[in-house]
Ligand binder design. Structure first.
Ligand code: ADP
Ligand code: MG
Length: 685
């Protein structure tokens, strides 16, 4: 049996009781314990002199005991142990309450490491209840103390002892994952040493080297797994699409001139499409940067080459909006665009399916419906997924599998920092639309307490009187007791009472049927509805240029990037636009998040802040983006290591090192294990 898989309860110092506690920390096996890394460290290598430490600060000092310890009985059984010591320059009094047993440890003339909060009073400098360790005793003195995540009934001290014992016994069983040549190339620590030093570093330098060694390995494995999953897709038997004059003509005749960055991205796409290699490109651009028209150009390019194109969107609202946009863009051209969602009636659907299979439909737009099994294309050449973060990689692959190595284009409006894009999208080529179309004004963002609702309504009324439209977003559909959340039903009632004599207002949420949703959305688009009270169904993609006011209730309940998306529903024309965030949550983090939104309209900055404020775990959380949990690497700190790891991974896969070189065998097994455990949905969601 593999000793490393052994149940922790059989480790010395553990036993059944502690094993139960360790279980709460998800530590089941010896291996789990070995790889249970500290969350932080307490640096004791930095020794202070008593003089330099201010009142109430923590001091680490080396002291010599100068007097015999004395014990004083205070009231209520309180026993005070007191001893005089010195760091060579300054005297200090150490006192302990009710810990008389320490007395026996204290020997005059001996040196100790001493740590605690220093306090100065008129008479003396004191440390109360200091931690004290004989300095010469290297078994006890840990220069940099690891701080572990804990659970009740398990102290950090116990954890240290358990892990120390465990390492003594089992560390020799750990083998290097990385081959010698890589370890030498980057001057990394051996696996064994890096594990030992990540738990018990001698100094900060050693700790950093251990951390880097482990981070490199972790990121390399992750990159290798992601890239090998995708390299199967990146085949060299893709379709060659030649750019035609008609495409240029179409671009010239657009109702607007493409922005510089749109032009660049279009060029990158057309270039990719002209190659034998299958395109695998991610287009990221902030909300409103004009991704739709870019995707339309790509689809036209496919159609002009005699192929079909498919576009999948996460919501029906968005799919039908794209359908309308494409129809009007390709108006008077001989291009057949169709819409397929789950709400289309059976007869129409059957017709669409036949036309699609016979090749009479050039472009199919739809929701998840278009990846169902009975949907067959005639000669699918290009697949596009809009708002990629809403889909799993498996869904994208299902769509791609409906063609013979079609080109793949992925659009996202949740811009993510480069470091994350590298992880999430592995070897996808990335294009970025960096600028917004001209004439857009900054969306003015206000944060208010919900008690000020009336002021907000007055403000909205002014906008409506000027001919504009407004969105009001609430976190829930219905109000629930003991939940302090505003619901669309509650707010709709208030709004309707107040405004319906003058302006039409409607409700929009996911529980309505498709017909109702379509009607409402259409009427809002056509300006027949002035106020739309909605849930986050309007979050992605919805484009109504005349709407200029966005009001969001319980703003603290939404993620930063989500709020940015919602805000992006306005500011889509040259009308001055406003976003009002109603927030009653006075916590520091909530206020900070509101401040971020007020201070910038830049989606990249916002997602970076989001990541910073929430931490990668939560940012990815709830399968929103989902990558395997990183144990050691940090996406902010380790971006340089990530870049190197990615480059190495690409090279290794190109050279087929994992299969050809016996030294890469352990690495290969690790990657195979990881791939098996990566659920499609969590690579890219
Ligand atoms: P997103 O990137 O959020 O998907 P859209 O593609 O919906 O953005 O575009 C937002 C709006 O900007 C649309 O009304 C679109 O017609 C318009 N638009 C796109 N590109 C340009 C441009 N170069 N100049 C002016 N308006 C543009
Ligand atoms: Mg869009």
């Amino acid at each position: 049996m593999n000793e490393l898989k052994k149940d922790v309860r059989y480790i010395k110092n553990v036993g059944p009781k502690r094993a139960d506690k360790l279980m709460r920390l998800n530590i089941k096996s010896v291996e789990d314990l070995i790889f249970f890394f500290p969350r932080d460290y307490e640096d004791r290598t930095n020794i202070n002199s008593i003089n330099e430490i201010r009142n109430n600060d923590i001091i680490n000092c080396i002291i010599t005991i100068k007097s015999n310890p004395s014990v004083v009985n205070l009231r209520n059984n309180l026993k005070l142990l007191k001893v005089l010591a010195s760091d060579g320059n300054t005297d200090i009094t150490l006192v302990w309450f009710n810990q008389v047993y320490i007395k026996n440890k204290l020997i005059i003339g001996e040196k100790y490491f001493c740590r605690g909060k220093l306090s100065r009073n008129k008479f003396e400098v004191q440390i109360q209840n200091p931690e004290i360790i004989p300095y010469s005793d290297s078994d006890f003195f840990i220069p940099i103390v690891p701080i572990y995540p804990l659970t009740s009934g398990l102290s950090n001290k116990e954890m240290i002892i358990i892990i120390k014992k465990c390492l003594e016994e089992y560390l020799p069983l750990i083998k290097n994952t990385l081959p010698e040549d890589l370890i030498r190339k980057y001057n990394l620590m051996n696996k064994r040493e890096s594990i030992e030093k990540i738990h018990f570093p001698d100094n900060i330098k050693v700790l950093e080297k251990a951390r880097k060694s482990l981070a490199y390995e972790e990121l390399l494995i992750l990159q290798l797994a992601l890239i090998s999953i995708r390299s199967n897709q990146n085949s060299n038997n893709g379709i060659i699409f030649n750019k035609s004059k008609e495409l240029d003509l179409f671009i010239d005749r657009l109702p607007f001139k493409l922005t510089k960055s749109q032009e660049v991205v279009v060029r990158e796409i057309i270039e990719d499409m002209s190659m034998q290699k299958q395109m695998n490109r991610l287009v990221q651009g902030d909300v409103g940067s004009g991704k739709t028209v870019v995707s339309a150009i790509a689809m036209l390019n496919a159609v002009l080459n005699g192929y079909q194109a498919a576009m999948m969107a996460p919501t029906e609202i968005l799919a039908s909006q794209h359908y309308e946009t494409l129809k009007s863009l390709f108006d008077k051209m001989n291009i057949n665009v169709s819409l397929l969602t789950s709400n289309i009636n059976k007869k129409t659907k059957d017709e669409i399916l036949i036309d699609l299979e016979q090749g009479n439909i050039d472009i199919l737009v739809g929701t998840h419906s278009i990846i169902q099994e009975n949907v067959n294309f005639n000669h699918l050449g290009l697949v596009i997924t809009d708002e990629q973060h809403r889909f799993g990689v498996s869904q994208r692959m299902k769509l791609a599998a409906k063609g013979n190595h079609p080109d793949i284009l992925v659009m996202t409006a949740t811009p993510i920092p480069r470091s994350l894009a590298l992880i999430l999208y592995g070897d996808l080529d990335i294009s970025t639309i960096k600028e917004l179309p001209p004439g857009r004004q900054k969306i003015e963002t206000f944060v208010m307490n919900s008690e000020k609702q009336d002021i907000v309504f007055d403000f909205m009324l002014k906008q409506l009187d000027n001919g504009r439209q407004a969105y009001i977003v609430c976190p829930t559909i219905e109000s629930k007791e003991n939940e302090n959340l505003k619901s669309v039903e509650e707010i709709y009632k208030i709004i309707n009472e107040r405004f319906s004599s003058k302006y039409r207002c409607e409700l929009l949420h996911g529980k309505l049927n498709q017909k109702e949703k379509d009607m409402i959305m259409n009427d809002f688009k056509n300006g027949k509805i002035s106020i739309l009270v909605a849930t986050t169904v309007v979050e992605v993609g919805v484009n109504v240029a005349n709407a200029n006011t966005m009001i969001i209730y319980n703003a603290d309940r939404f993620g930063l990037s989500q709020l940015h998306q919602l805000r992006g529903r306005v500011g889509r024309s040259s009308h001055k636009s406003y976003c009002i965030l109603l927030n009653d949550n006075q916590s520091k983090i909530a206020r900070e998040r509101m401040r971020v939104l007020q201070s910038t309209n830049d989606g990249f900055v916002i997602s970076e802040k989001d990541l910073f404020l929430r931490g990668p775990g939560e940012f990815f959380g709830t399968k929103q983006h989902g990558v395997p949990q990183l144990k050691i690497a940090n996406l902010f700190r380790d971006i340089e290591i990530l870049k190197i790891a990615q480059k190495d991974a690409i090279k290794m896969i190109d050279e087929n090192k994992l299969s050809l070189d016996i030294n890469y065998k352990i690495l290969k097994t690790k990657i195979e294990n990881l791939i098996e455990n990566i659920d499609d949905e969590i690579i890219l969601n």
